[in-house]
Write a protein that binds this ligand. Structure first.
Ligand code: AMP
Ligand code: MG
Length: 604
């Protein structure tokens, strides 16, 4: 398993890994000019020996550094270099190094070395060296570059893995160009906080954006597709582009009840009415200059005619029609295909189908459409104090609300839901439930038992059964969060407090389920609103305050908190219609200042 890595930059980072002596630097020296020629601006980070130096004894910069300057920046009018003394026990931290790159000056960062990090990489392999393959152990390898006659361990390469010719620089350059072109920054949604370095390992404090980026990097969308009738499409996600089989509208038609005619400049004083055409019908002849046809909204404009004058601005006496007002060529005519042309993509793959989309498909006559299968989500609660609603509440206990909020939100996202109930606090019961859930569902969501210092069994069981990280997210409410995999199944261990559960679901589970369901780059809609009160936060923590937003008398969006913000108080979620998000770089918001709100909209 490689060490986790989160790219802190808004440009792609691509590694080149190999055993030493394979020729990484030789290859990069040929690849760099090739990529430059193709217009790609590069930065390179290289992992070097511990005693490397770029400076020369005797130079002023060298002497000043040796005299004790921890950072030495030397600059001329063509280049500058920053040297930093940063002695450490282990490897240098790539995320920290990447943050030194000026990402507005380059398009991609190529990284040589850092073999153990989970960053996307190309493996270079030379069979003559007799070293093992890296790609068989590292799922972050996107391509294996080796000699044409090299035998790979198995003839079947993983589907995502490309084979490249180590001696074909052009082909490797093509791959890098494609990677740079298709790379998408992880869809982190909060504009208020930036994605920062993420140090996992001993220190599992993460910002909201870091947690989300990590989660999304582990989600692969479902691939199974089913064809459904229009009536069964609600809230499903389109698996292919929908191509229009017809022009919409099919014929050029009138947007008004009125008179159709051939536009002339100037228009004649009057026109002769030669016929009438109703919606669903057609005028059989071709209209000549000086003639007009009475026409109804939606009726096909007669051949020859190009303009319609509304009935209110026309007078007809004994078959002679006169018009008032200004007439513009082509007015009040809807052209064939002006909404959607035949052969045009009407809806793109990955669109979630709501009312308007279903209407559009129907308007094209498409009655069967391919959509992704629904993700399956299994939900359970833990905790000896957690009781089933409907049963008598025992002393010192609470009713289980989390299972019901989670199920409702997952259903709104179009998931199939499996309810596994409340699992008693015993290792055997938890282990059996999790193992079963992992075979039934794409995602398992539990609540409770993941707090730091919590003695619940879930942590021990999870640690044994799956590959789970326990994080402390710098947010309130919802600090503890467990995320990982049990077999192929994703696992979310949400906190226990009911508001924390809902907030964590909205911020982490929702984007994950949407990506899993086939949506691409979904982002939570955020709107600016004026805070009507002082809102307190803490630097380094993202605050999700339950708020009520409304349109103010000044015509602008205003928001105030729902009052008491206890993380167990579900009534605050009921009273509120949005989350007020205070980014981790803000201490307090004064009344009158602008904040971002995330409306509950249609999910809650
Ligand atoms: P825990 O993280 O397990 O210590 O739980 C934190 C708080 O959330 C405790 O007050 C629990 O009683 C409460 N809690 C845990 N699970 C649930 C649940 N399913 N429904 C409502 N409250 C819960
Ligand atoms: Mg508990």
């Amino acid at each position: 398993m490689s060490n986790p890595f989160v790219n802190p930059l808004a440009i792609p980072v691509l590694g080149f890994c190999a055993y030493s002596g394979t020729g990484k630097t030789t290859l990069l020296k040929q690849l760099i000019p090739e990529l430059n020629q193709r217009g790609l601006r590069l930065a390179v980070i290289k992992h070097a020996h511990h005693n490397f130096d770029v400076d020369i004894p005797g130079k002023d910069s060298y002497e000043m550094r040796k005299a004790g300057a921890r950072q030495m920046l030397v600059a001329s009018h063509v280049r500058w270099a920053l040297m930093t003394e940063d002695a450490r026990d282990g490897d240098p931290e790539l995320v920290h190094l990447l943050k030194q790159i000026e990402a507005d000056k380059v398009d991609i960062v190529l990284v040589e070395g850092f073999k153990k990090l989970a960053l996307p990489k190309i493996e270079l392999h030379r069979a003559a060296h007799g070293k093992p393959f890296i790609y068989t152990q590292d799922e972050n390898i996107l391509a294996i570059a080796c000699c044409d006659d090299t035998q790979l361990p198995s003839s079947e390469l993983p589907t995502e893995l490309r084979r490249l010719d180590l001696n074909n620089i052009g082909q490797i350059a093509d791959f890098v160009m494609d990677y740079a072109k298709n790379w998408q920054a992880p869809s982190v949604c909060l504009p208020i906080a930036t994605v920062e370095a993420c140090t996992l390992g001993n220190d599992k404090n993460l910002s909201v954006n870091q947690g989300l980026a990590q989660i999304l990097s582990h989600i692969s969308p479902v691939t199974e597709v089913e064809e459904l009738e229009l009536d069964a499409l609600d809230n499903r996600v389109l698996a292919h582009d929908s191509i229009s089989p017809i022009d919409v509208p099919q014929q050029t038609n009138s947007a008004m009840d009125g008179y159709a005619f051939v536009y002339q400049d100037p228009m004649p004083a009057n026109l002769k009415r030669v016929g009438e055409v109703l919606a669903g019908h057609q005028y059989s002849g071709t209209l000549n200059v000086g003639e007009t046809v009475r026409i109804m909204t939606g009726a096909t404009v007669p051949a020859g005619a190009d303009t319609v004058q509304p009935r209110e601005l026309a007078t007809e006496i004994d078959g002679i029609v006169t018009f008032e007002g200004h007439i513009q060529a082509g007015q009040h005519v809807r052209l064939a295909g002006e909404d959607i042309a035949k052969g045009q993509v009407a809806l793109t793959k990955a669109t979630r189908l709501s009312a308007a989309e279903q209407g559009l498909l129907a308007s094209l006559g498409l009655n069967r459409v391919s959509v992704y299968r629904r993700p399956t989500v299994a939900v359970f609660s833990t905790g000896d104090e957690v009781s089933q609603p409907g049963e008598t509440l025992k002393a010192n206990c609470i009713y289980d609300s989390n299972r019901f909020t989670i199920k409702a939100m997952a259903k709104r996202l179009g998931c199939e839901v499996i309810d596994l109930g409340i699992i008693e606090d015993s290792e055997i019961a938890l282990e059996a439930t999790l193992a079963k859930a992992a075979t039934l569902a794409d995602v398992v969501i539990s609540s409770g038992g993941v707090s730091v210092g919590d003695a619940d069994y879930i942590k021990t069981v999870l640690a044994r059964l799956g590959n789970i990280d326990f994080w402390r997210i710098n947010m309130r409410p919802g600090r503890p969060l467990a995320f990982g995999k049990v077999g192929d199944c994703l696992f979310f261990g949400l906190p226990g407090n009911p508001v924390a559960v809902m907030v964590s679901f909205l911020q982490f589970v929702q984007p994950a389920l949407r990506k899993l369901a086939g949506e691409v780059n979904w982002q939570a809609p955020l709107f600016p609103a004026i805070s009507d009160e002082i809102l307190r936060s803490r630097h380094g923590r993202t605050e999700f305050i339950r708020g009520i937003y409304q349109l103010g008398k000044d015509g602008r969006l205003h928001v105030s908190s729902t009052g008491n913000q206890g993380s167990g108080m579900l009534s605050s979620m009921v009273k509120g219609n949005c989350l007020i998000i205070i980014g981790d770089d803000v201490e307090a918001v004064n009344a009158g200042e602008t904040v971002f709100i995330q409306p509950f909209a249609d999910l809650l």
